[in-house]
Design a protein around this ligand. Sequence first.
Ligand code: ZN
Length: 337
Amino acid sequence: MLFPTTIAGSLPKPAWLAEPGALWAPWRLDGEALAQGKRDAVRLALFEQERAGIDIVTDGEQTRRHFVTTFIEGLDGVDFERRRTVRIRNRYDADVPVVAGPVARRRPIYVDDARFVRSQTARRVKYTLPGPMTMVDTLFDAHYRSREKLAWAFAEILNAEAREIAALGIDVIQFDEPAFNVYFDEVRDWGIAALERAAAGLACATAVHICYGYGIKANVEWKKTLGGEWRQYEATFPLLARSAIGQVSLECQNSRVPIDLVALLDGKDVLVGAIDVATERIETAEEVAATLRAAARLVPPERVQACTNCGMVPLSREVARGKLRALAAGAALARAG
Ligand SMILES: [Zn+2]
């Protein structure tokens, strides 16, 4: 079947689990109630995706507060009591934890969550993890004093986690690397190698997601500086085409990314962002289909998947539900010709 549908990863959380519309929203439950609440939210995220007709589903990232930090909280070597201010992706300042010693994974982090989502659906499941470079970019490193060395340590940790997740029967493991759209020299020098290390030897498909971020103010301001054409992918895609990563998830809908850049992803599955997550307006099926058809003229159609530009966690549940339906309807329309 052409144009299978999937999402970048996250969906909004129910209001009883966390404050709607907020990134990093604190949990509204704790203890066993929180554990049960997370599982119920995963069930709802699956229900919404399946009812909308999404083919390759995720847990909606309902079990984590933040796509990078929640993973890092499970590791040794990072001191969350000490905070330093750093500039994230050259865009905005944030108080971040400090790498105070060797980083290590003493126990599985998302493996139980991945086992649960696998047990709750018969559809193909994608599981998302942060990428090594993006992890480095959310911390102050007082130990390794080298972004490359820290990324390599994270890549080995991610690989151990990903191997256990893949062994559960998860179909795709995706690493989120928005930092790949910012640090082009580092991507070339060590970013791709660290990503490949994280994805080495997995018994499932592998993907990388690279985007222009949520519709938050810092990102909207940053996008204004990027000019009439966003060509950031031009530096990275040829390197990814030669890499061992199987799928690339990118932003297209309503962006200024020239669609012809997808042709640089020779041999890869291309997860075409056909849903804008930075606006509440719900795309029409025709708009989604037009984006998919444009990509399918540049790469073999059987390599095109219909996806969202990025995660939908900041949106309302109603808007996200509408966008899921638009994605499936648009893919069906494109499939019809
Ligand atoms: Zn994204």
